[in-house]
Design a protein around this ligand. Sequence first.
Ligand code: AMP
Length: 288
Amino acid sequence: ALLRHFSLAQLKIFYYSRSLEPALNQLRTEGPIGFVPTMGALHEGHLALVQAAKDAGCLPIVSIFVNPRQFNNPEDLRLYPRTAAEDLALLAAAGCRAVFLPEPAEVYPSGANIPETHLGELENRFEGSFRPGHFRGVSEVLYRLFSLVKPDFAFFGEKDFQQCAVVETLVKAHFNNISLQRVPTLREESGLAMSSRNRRLSASGREKAAAIFQALQQAANGRQQGLAPNDAIVEASRWLELAGIETEYFALADPLHLEKLNAWPQGNAVLLFAGYLEGVRLIDNLRC
Ligand code: AMP
């Protein structure tokens, strides 16, 4: 309890960039800034990013901002879980040093100059094709947050695999001094990838959703069994059908540009999945 109290005393909360900036400059004298951008409704997956920042010797700084520009579906934005009080308690206990909780007007003041980031085909594939404008919104919010926080390191989860590739493109274009770190996906015991959206599933939905990881693993095993990727994916999709999961895409892709692959490559590949269960959109992936 004492430790928790100590951590709470260390956690500073900022709503405005004009007060965040001097506080960050003060923190910078203690060590490198490790930035973890989130949309809140925090879970252990997010805390794994905070831990990764600490492991890298950084002072963890978290932002909580549900970015309206990355939602193509207004209902999804409206229903996105918001749990600020719990989030702050979790972050304090995790040893986070500062939280930035801005309003949209703070992130997007009128006249803010946000240069375009050329994402190329990354913008149209998989997530991009089912969520038009999504990655443009992600690039815009991260451009603004990186400009305000000026981190030394930034931590992103591989759960959002395509997002990692988008952030790499953004950083190469505009933020050469930020070191990007990818953190492996944290999963429930069932294999279900932790996600803020899991809160919207019923108890039985959460059990059924474990079929996503099972299907990804089965498709990856198809490689050893000598199946073509598309056949392996069709076979594995039975798990999803049985669980009542409606697939949006389930495909093999190259991990850099997310180009769809119809044959197993020599090197690394990734299986990508998106679909719906109980009206909730879920994504996951598995390197193979
Ligand atoms: P979000 O709040 O969903 O925008 O996620 C914020 C960050 O946490 C992103 O970099 C996500 O990829 C990462 N993240 C979300 N879920 C997980 C997870 N289960 N394991 C690891 N990282 C995660």
